[in-house]
Design a protein around this ligand. Structure first.
Ligand code: BG6
Length: 428
C-alpha cells in the first residue's frame, strides 16, 4: 500500500514523494523506501523501532542495533519521532518537518561475541548458562541507583507496567517491596494500562527486556503524560525507545542482548535489578547476597532434572503452583513451558486450586510443578499438594533437598541449593 501511495505521489523527486505520503499513514511503522531508478533509501519511523548505524561509507538501518555491530564500530544516530533520513552513497541527510537537522550520535559499547552462540547448541541454552553473570552484574548496576531506591522508598505508591516475562518479574517486586518496605505496589499488564486510571503522584517503572515493546512504551507515555515520575528497567544499552521515554533507566547488565525470543536470562536480570533496588530501599546490607545467589544459580544449572522431565513427557497440560513469592515464579514457569514447548500450562496460586476448575481437571495425565520452600504458607502448600496428589496428579516438587515432607508427597524432587537462602527473609 505504501509503495503504491509513493508511486502516486511521484513527481520526479523520490524523497519528496515519500515525504508527501507519510502524513497519510496511520498507526506505528518503520519503513525503508527504495527506488529502482535512484540510489536513495528513504527511512522514516513513527513509534516503531528503527536505528541507523553509521560506518565508514556505509549505513545500516535496522529495527535493532545488534545486527550491524559486526560491521560498524557501534556509532548510532539518535532518531527522533518525525525524522526522515535520505541515505545516499556516502552521505545521509536528516530532516524533520521539512527542515534539515543534525542529530547527535550515540556510541554503543557492545561485545559482538555476545551475539554468537559461543559453543552452545542454541541461543536459549547459552543464555540460560549466562544467568550467574547476569544476576551479578544486574544486581551491582541496580545497587548503584541509590537515588532511585530512596525515591521509591518514599513514594506514596509504585506502579510497575510490563508484558510477558517482564510482568512476571515485576510481580516478584510487589511481594518484596510490600513485605519489606510497606510501600504499596501495583503491577499492571502494559496492554491493559490504557484502560485503567493513572494516579499522578506515583512512580511508574516500565520493565522491558527489549526496550521496544509497543504496549509497554505506550503505557509509559501515558504515565508520563499524567505527571508520574518514570523509570525504565531494560536490557538494551544505548537508546531504546523506552529508555528515551523514561526519566531514568536501570540497565540489566551482563553478557549482551537476549537473542532467544523466550526470555530466560533477562528474567534473571530483572529479578536482580529488583533485588538491588530493594537493597537500597530497605537500607539492607546485601553484600553477601550477590555471592551466594550467584553460587546458587551456578549449582542450580548443574541439577539433573531428567527424572522430572520424564514425568512430563506426553502431557498435554501442566500445572505450576506456588504461594507468596513463588506464585509469580509458577506463572513464569507455566509461561516458559508454553512458549518453548507449545504444551499448554497453567500457573496457579496454590490457594486458588480449590476455588477454580483445577480440582476437576487434575488427573494422572496432568503433571504439576510445585515450588515449595519452608516459610510463610509452607504448611498450606503441603496441604495443597496432598490434595492434588489425591487426584492422581504426578507431582514435581522444587524445594530443599533435605525436606522430608516434600519428598513424601512429591513423586520427584528438584533440590534448590541451600545457599539460595537469602530468600528466607521474604519467606518468613
Ligand atoms: C513477548 C515475548 O513478545 O514479549 C515474551 O514473547 C516477552 O518472551 C514479552 O516477555 C515482553 O518483552 P519485553 O522485551 O518488553 O520484555
Amino acid at each position: 500500500m505504501i509503495a503504491h501511495l509513493i508511486e502516486e505521489a511521484w513527481e520526479g523527486d523520490f524523497a519528496a514523494a515519500v515525504r508527501g505520503v507519510l502524513p497519510l499513514l496511520e498507526g506505528s511503522y518503520a519503513i525503508l523506501a527504495l527506488c529502482a531508478d535512484t540510489d536513495e533509501v528513504v527511512a522514516a519511523r513513527e513509534r516503531s523501532p528503527l536505528v541507523l548505524g553509521l560506518g565508514d561509507d556505509e549505513f545500516f538501518a535496522c529495527s535493532d542495533a545488534t545486527p550491524p555491530l559486526s560491521h560498524i564500530p557501534g556509532i548510532f544516530w539518535s532518531w527522533k519521532t518525525g525524522d526522515l533520513a535520505v541515505i545516499r552513497r556516502g552521505s545521509v541527510a536528516v530532516e524533520n518537518g521539512g527542515e534539515t537537522v543534525v542529530r547527535e550520535t550515540t556510541y554503543i559499547d557492545y561485545d559482538v561475541e555476545a551475539s554468537r552462540k559461543g559453543g552452545f547448541e542454541h541461543f536459549m541454552l547459552k543464555e540460560i548458562f549466562e544467568q550467574p553473570d547476569v544476576f551479578q552484574q544486574s544486581f551491582r548496576l541496580a545497587c548503584k541507583h541509590h537515588g532511585i531506591s530512596m525515591l521509591l522508598s518514599r513514594a506514596r505508591g509504585i506502579s510497575v507496567i510490563a508484558c510477558g516475562t517482564s510482568y512476571n518479574a515485576a510481580l516478584l517486586f510487589r511481594y518484596f517491596v510490600e513485605k519489606e518496605c510497606g510501600v504499596p505496589v501495583r503491577v499492571d499488564l502494559a496492554s491493559e494500562y490504557r484502560y485503567l486510571s493513572t494516579p499522578g503522584d506515583e512512580i511508574v517503572i516500565a520493565v522491558s527486556q527489549s526496550g521496544e515493546t509497543a504496549d509497554t512504551l505506550s503505557a509509559l507515555k501515558k504515565a508520563a503524560s499524567s505527571n508520574c515520575a518514570t523509570i525504565a528497567i531494560t536490557n538494551v544499552q544505548g537508546g531504546s525507545s523506552i529508555t528515551r521515554a523514561a526519566d531514568d533507566t536501570i540497565y540489566t547488565g551482563g553478557a549482551g542482548p537476549e537473542i532467544s525470543v523466550a526470555a530466560t536470562k533477562s528474567y534473571m536480570g530483572q529479578y536482580a535489578a529488583f533485588v538491588g533496588l530493594l537493597a537500597g530501599m530497605s537500607c539492607s546490607d546485601m553484600s553477601a547476597v550477590e555471592r551466594s545467589v550467584r553460587q546458587a544459580i551456578e549449582e542450580s544449572l548443574l541439577t539433573d532434572v531428567n527424572e522430572a522431565v520424564s514425568l512430563c513427557v506426553g502431557a498435554s497440560t501442566l500445572f505450576y503452583v506456588g504461594r507468596g513469592i513463588f506464585y509469580p515464579v509458577a506463572l513464569e514457569g507455566a509461561l516458559k513451558m508454553k512458549e518453548i514447548s507449545y504444551i499448554h500450562a497453567e500457573g496457579y496460586a496454590a490457594g486458588e486450586i480449590k476455588h477454580g476448575p483445577p480440582f476437576a481437571l487434575l488427573s494422572k495425565d496432568t503433571p504439576a510443578v510445585a515450588v515449595c520452600l519452608p516459610g510463610d504458607g509452607y504448611q498450606s502448600m503441603l496441604g495443597n499438594l496432598r490434595e492434588m496428589k489425591a487426584r492422581g496428579t504426578p507431582l514435581i516438587g522444587i524445594g530443599y533437598g533435605d525436606d522430608i515432607d516434600l519428598q513424601d508427597v512429591a513423586d520427584v524432587c528438584i533440590p534448590v541449593p541451600p545457599k539460595g537462602t537469602h530468600m528466607r527473609r521474604w519467606l518468613r
